[in-house]
Design a protein around this ligand. Structure first.
Ligand code: DGL
Length: 284
C-alpha cells in the first residue's frame, strides 16, 4: 500500500493528483490534523511527529510512504531516511523479507523550477519551518545556481485552511500581506512556487490577488509534479512496485474528528470521503 502523509488536509492536493495518474494502487492517507500546523513548530517536534506517523503507517501495511508535506520533508525526511529507515528495514526483512521507503516532495519540485522562470527570479511561499530549513534554497542552488531565490514565510495560511476559513475576508488580508511582502523584496519574480501542500487550496485566491497587485506571475502547485515523479520512481524501482497491492482503494485516517475531516476532504477532492479517527500509537 502507498501511504500519503500530511499534517492535515494539504496532502490531499498531492493524493488527488497521484490517484489521477496511478489509480490502480491501494492508498492510505493520514492527516495529523490534531497536531497541525507543523510549520510553526521546532525541528525536534516535527521530526518526532513525522516519525510517529511513518511508523504507524508502516504498521498498517504501507511499504512506500510519501511525505506529502514540505515541512516534514524539510525537517524530518533526511533523518528518517538515514537514521530510522535502516533500523526499520532490518526489523522488517527479518519478519517478512520486505523493504520499505519514505520519499519527500521537495526534490522533485525543485527539478522543474529552472525550466519555468524567464527572469531567473523565483519566489518560494512556504511555512516558517520550511523557510528556516533553507531546503529549497540549497536544493535549487545545486541545480541552478544562477537563480535568484526569495523565500516568504506564510504562517497564517495553514491555520486558516485547517480552520476552514480560507475563503474569508481574514484570509484575503493575509494572502495580500505575504504576496506584497515578497514582491517588494524582489519585483523581478515571475514564478512563485507553492512550497506547502495546503496552498493549492487557495491558489485561485493567490492568483486573483497577484492580478490585483498588478504583478501576475506563474504560481506552481506540486501535485502533478510529485505524481509524475512517483510514477517514474515506481518504474525505476520494481523492488517496491511489485510489493504494492493494486485494488484502487483509498482509506482516509485523521487524528482529529472523522466527520469534520470527511466533509473537508469531500469538498477538496470532489468525491465522497469517509474518514476514520485514529490515535497514533506504535509499539516501538
Ligand atoms: N502541508 C504542509 C506543508 O506542505 C503544511 C505544514 C503545516 O502543518 O504547517 O508544509
Amino acid at each position: 500500500m502507498i501511504g500519503i502523509f500530511d499534517s492535515g488536509y494539504g496532502g490531499l492536493t498531492i493524493l488527488g493528483q497521484i490517484r489521477k495518474i496511478l489509480p490502480e494502487y491501494d492508498y492510505l492517507y493520514l492527516g495529523d490534523n490534531a497536531r497541525a500546523p507543523y510549520g510553526t513548530r521546532s525541528f525536534d517536534c516535527i521530526y518526532h511527529y513525522t516519525l510517529d506517523a511513518v511508523r504507524y503507517m508502516f504498521s498498517q501495511g504501507c511499504t512506500l510512504i510519501i511525505l506529502a508535506c514540505n515541512t516534514a520533508s524539510a525537517k524530518a525526511l533526511r533523518t528518517i531516511q538515514q537514521h530510522d529507515l535502516p533500523v526499520i528495514n532490518s526489523q522488517k526483512s527479518k519478519v517478512k523479507n520486505q523493504k520499505v521507503n519514505v520519499l519527500g516532495v521537495i526534490r522533485p519540485t525543485v527539478e522543474i523550477v529552472p525550466s519555468v522562470t524567464r527572469t531567473g527570479h523565483v519566489g518560494i511561499l512556504a511555512t516558517p519551518a520550511t523557510v528556516s530549513s533553507e531546503s529549497y534554497v540549497l536544493e535549487l542552488d545545486k541545480i541552478a545556481s544562477t537563480l535568484t531565490v526569495t523565500q516568504q514565510p506564510c504562517p497564517m495560511w495553514v491555520p486558516l485552511i485547517e480552520a476552514g476559513e480560507h475563503n474569508s475576508e481574514g484570509a484575503k488580508y493575509f494572502i495580500r500581506k505575504y504576496l506584497q511582502e515578497i514582491i517588494a523584496r524582489d519585483p523581478m519574480i515571475d514564478t512563485l512556487l507553492l512550497g506547502c501542500t495546503h496552498y493549492p487550496l487557495i491558489q485561485p485566491a493567490i492568483d486573483a490577488e497577484l492580478a490585483n497587485l498588478g504583478h501576475p506571475c506563474r504560481t506552481i502547485a506540486q501535485g502533478e509534479i510529485v505524481a509524475r515523479s512517483l510514477a517514474n520512481y515506481l518504474r525505476r524501482h520494481p523492488e517496491y512496485e511489485t510489493q504494492l497491492q493494486k485494488g484502487g482503494s483509498c482509506r482516509y485516517l485523521t487524528t482529529d474528528d472523522a466527520d469534520r475531516f470527511s466533509s473537508a476532504a469531500t469538498l477538496f477532492l470532489g468525491n465522497t470521503v469517509q474518514a476514520e479517527h485514529i490515535e497514533i500509537t506504535v509499539n516501538q
